[in-house]
Design a binder for this molecule. Structure first.
Ligand code: PAF
Length: 292
């Protein structure tokens, strides 16, 4: 009987000192390093980032750190899904060589008082409903980019505003790591993959489809010649309303600056955040691209 393929688990390191030592060996051997920062609870979307990092680099490291700084006081920090054992196995299958899983005190030791703020790009959209969120993201990502000194770091486009914030901070702070944005990975029915999908009941899971369906409806309108933001946004809002999903925002934005647009072109980004029950989900797409 053929035996099942054996996948090596990535090496697990928990301290900055261990990490620096492991990275020094890779560098000495001349390897290009790829980094995939995550908060764990890995799904196929994360695995696509790990595979992408493997295409861009010789050695792939994944960080798993549920970053307290990016959660507001009433958000889901304590109940955020955690599954280290499952994550390590998935990282191995996707080709990661190393996982860095620090304790909060390793990242924010006593006396920590330096934060990174990307000013304009962090305002509006998720920044408006989650004050301080992008300051927390920018701070931890800056630390991770400095710690790893990777050639490339891969982030998902599902968190589109986050991606723009990270690109900006890398550029503004002269961090040489190349930032790559990888496409959203979707369930077969169109739902964008997210660790927070684990919170959904089966009824909520069904209603959550209204985000991608709303984007698809707006895209159909756009293909029919509609370029005014309001009717395009209304197509999404109507779809959310008919599923009992509460919008946080539905916005049509310039894909580079995230500024509002007076009229949509094919690159215009339609960005949606909405509450399905108590779970806040995100989705986005370019109006000109294929199905969301
Ligand atoms: O997208 C995430 O999982 C997080 O915001 C990140 C980039 C790992 C920073 O904590």
């Amino acid at each position: 009987m053929p035996s099942a393929p054996v996948t090596a688990l990535p090496r697990l390191v928990r301290t900055q000192a261990e990490l620096r030592a492991a990275l020094a060996v890779w560098r000495h051997e001349g390897h290009r390093i790829g980094l995939v920062p995550t908060m764990g609870a890995l799904h196929e979307g994360h695995l696509s980032l790990i595979r992408r990092a493997g295409e861009e680099a010789d050695r792939v490291a994944v960080s798993i750190f549920v970053n307290p700084l990016q959660f507001g006081p009433k958000e889901d920090l304590s109940r955020y899904p955690r599954d280290l054992e499952g994550d390590l196995a998935k990282c191995g299958l996707a080709g990661a060589d190393l996982v860095f899983q620090p304790e909060p005190a390793e990242i924010y030791p006593e006396g920590f008082q330096t934060h990174v703020e990307v000013e304009r790009l962090s305002q509006g959209l998720c920044g408006a409903s989650r004050p301080g969120h992008f300051r927390g993201v920018a701070t931890v990502v800056t630390k991770l980019l400095c710690l790893f000194g990777a050639e490339v770091a891969v982030f998902g486009q599902k968190d589109f505003q986050q991606l723009r914030v990270i690109e900006r901070l890398a550029q503004d702070l002269s961090i040489p790591t190349r930032i790559v944005g990888a496409p959203i990975v979707r369930e077969p029915d169109g739902l964008a993959m997210s660790s927070r999908n684990a919170y959904l009941s089966s009824d909520e899971r069904r209603r959550a489809l209204s985000l991608s369906q709303g984007i698809a409806a707006a895209r159909t309108l756009f293909q029919g010649g509609e370029t005014r933001p309001d009717p395009l946004r209304t197509a999404v809002l109507d779809r959310l309303a008919s599923s009992g999903v509460r919008p946080d925002y539905v916005e049509l934005r310039d894909p580079a600056t995230l500024e509002p647009l007076a009229a949509a072109g094919p690159d215009a980004r339609l960005l949606v955040a909405a509450f399905v029950g108590t779970t806040r989900l995100l989705d986005n797409a370019s109006l000109g691209e294929g199905r969301p």
